[in-house]
Design a protein around this ligand. Structure first.
Ligand SMILES: NC(=O)c1ccc[n+]([C@@H]2O[C@H](COP(=O)([O-])OP(=O)(O)OC[C@H]3O[C@@H](n4cnc5c(N)ncnc54)[C@H](O)[C@@H]3O)[C@@H](O)[C@H]2O)c1
Length: 349
């Protein structure tokens, strides 16, 4: 089978492509613009495989996207390319509107043309999305596939919009589509602006560990390799027209996450006499519109596709900390101009 992965040089896309090349026999074309978040270094382990190829392109560039989709002729489009960082969407929402909405629209049109040209019964457009489209939960409850959309950030609003476009192309034009909405991912090769790598790297450099507000906001965490397995299962066994929620059943407050990282680091790299990673924790101004809690009801994908995560939060986090400690070169190579500065305080538009 031929699989077009968009955003394959990003955090989840690269995990998915490493999985597809290592664990399946499909041909994979990675289409990625290589923004600050896209790094081909993350694909070095499979880059020489003859079943893998890469093309640099912007999903907002209609002509290129039409050309690439028509000439590759994929059986699957797994669409991950996006602007993905909530804090950046607060500062500069325009890029999120362009890539996440207009880019998805372009890809849907190219997919529709291909589907109508080839009449490929095996074709599926898989949109990879987030649980943030559902908004915020109180202390209890879980997001199900029936939860109404209620996005609060420019990022989640742009993803909600693209989910709706994908659904509409299914209903209106008969394009075979599936959507997955997943909770927070963590693991190796994640750009250091996101909470877990940011904390690991800052702690290791004895910099302050910023926690938004009082740190009581709750997120559900899923290891990226478990997400990659789930995505493959949905892309190959999911029912067209359906949505599947994906989550790790690992609800943690942000403060819990940061404290656990400090514990693991203390064991792996003792901080030196009279020093403590925990003492670096600093509470900073909260994110504007910060959702309080996300939690996922994963019974549908468990029941219908037999998917369960393999990694516990403890095992996955330990592996992740070890990976960042051993891969300082990757972190340096990808960081570019990013200096772990605070983002998302409504500084621009
Ligand atoms: N990270 C998470 O916790 C999480 C959770 C649920 C869903 N998601 C979704 O999964 C997808 C991947 O997330 P991620 O964390 O890997 O993101 P990422 O920011 O690490 O990677 C995004 C990739 O998309 C590419 N890209 C951006 N704009 C592009 C454009 N205009 N044209 C082509 N390529 C472009 C970037 O170069 C990068 O390689 C996103 O759609 C995101 O909304 C992420």
């Amino acid at each position: 089978m031929k699989i077009l992965v968009t955003g394959g040089a990003g955090f989840i896309g690269s995990a998915l492509i490493r999985f597809l090349i290592n664990e399946t026999d499909h041909d994979v074309l990675n289409l990625d613009k290589l923004t600050y978040a896209g790094n081909l270094e993350s694909l070095a382990p499979i880059a020489d495989n003859p079943r893998y190829s890469f093309i640099q392109a912007d999903i907002c560039d209609t002509a290129s996207i039409n050309e690439i989709v028509a000439s590759f002729g994929p059986d699957r489009i797994m669409h991950l390319a996006a602007e993905s960082h909530v804090d950046r969407s607060v500062d500069a929402p325009g890029e999120f509107i362009q890539t996440n909405i207009i880019g998805t629209f372009n890809l849907l049109n190219a997919a529709r043309t291909l589907y109508e040209r080839d009449e490929n019964d095996n074709f599926l457009f898989h949109h990879v999305s987030t649980d943030e489209v559902y908004g915020s939960l109180g202390e209890e409850d879980f997001f199900t596939e029936e939860t109404p959309y209620s996005p609060n950030s420019p990022y989640s609003a742009s993803k909600a919009s693209s989910d709706h476009l994908v659904r509409a192309w299914g209903e209106t034009y008969g394009l075979p589509i599936v959507v997955t909405n997943c909770s927070n991912n963590y693991g190796h090769y994640q750009f250091p602006e996101k909470l877990i790598p940011l904390i690991i790297m800052s702690a290791f450099e004895q910099k302050s560990l910023p926690i938004y507000g009082d740190g009581s906001n709750v997120r559900d965490w899923l290891h990226v390799d478990d997400h990659a397995r789930a995505l493959y299962l949905v892309a190959t066994s999911g029912v067209p027209g359906e949505t599947y929620n994906i989550g790790g059943n690992n609800e943690k407050t942000n403060l819990d996450v940061v404290s656990t990282i400090c514990d693991v680091l203390t064991e792996l790299r003792p901080p030196g006499q009279n020093l403590s990673y925990h003492n670096l924790i600093t509470h900073v101004a909260d994110r504007p519109g910060h959702d309080f809690r996300y939690a996922i009801d994963t019974r549908k994908i468990n029941r219908e596709l037999g998917w369960l995560p393999q990694e516990t939060f403890e095992s996955g986090l330990r592996k992740t900390v070890e990976w960042y400690l051993e891969n300082g070169d990757w972190c340096e190579a990808v960081s570019g101009g990013y200096e772990q500065e605070r983002l998302g305080l409504k500084s621009a538009n």
